[in-house]
Design a protein around this ligand. Structure first.
Ligand code: HEC
Length: 106
């Protein structure tokens, strides 16, 4: 096999083997954030959590990325008083992790 093809082959194999780990990592990261940010005081996940707001499972397929994002980063519109708190203190990456998780299809 010419060296160029060999490199491409290795790249394809590496990509195929690391992609599932990246997915698992972001799932773990999302669950960590959900715990550290106290989301489950109000929302349920896997049947556990609060009943003030809906379950994360129910949000899947229902909401677009933009809709989820606008719920999390919304300093003026919704704040406390039994409503969802503002999570604009989170980094872009952390918001992305949460958005991906909520929208993640099984
Ligand atoms: C203090 C309670 C509370 C906490 C904590 C909370 N939420 Fe919410 N959330 C709500 C309520 C209530 C709603 C319904 C919309 C509203 O009234 O603001 C909501 C709505 C949402 C929605 C939109 C759901 C829909 O069907 O439109 C998403 C997405 C969401 N929350 C994600 C999260 C995430 C992720 C966290 C943690 C980072 C979190 N929430 C923490 C109370 C909370």
């Amino acid at each position: 096999m010419p060296p160029k093809l060999l490199i491409i082959a290795i790249a394809i194999i590496l990509n195929a083997t690391t992609a599932p780990f990246a997915y698992a990592d972001s799932q773990t990261e999302a669950r960590k954030l959900i715990n550290s940010q106290g989301c489950m005081a109000c929302h349920t996940l896997d049947g556990n959590g609060g009943v003030i707001a809906g379950s994360f499972e129910a949000m899947r397929d229902k909401l677009t990325r933009a809709q989820i994002r606008s719920q999390l980063v919304n300093p003026e519109r919704k704040h406390s008083n039994g409503k969802i708190p503002d999570f604009s203190h989170l980094s872009e990456t952390e918001i992305d992790v949460l958005v991906n998780f909520i929208q993640a299809k099984p």
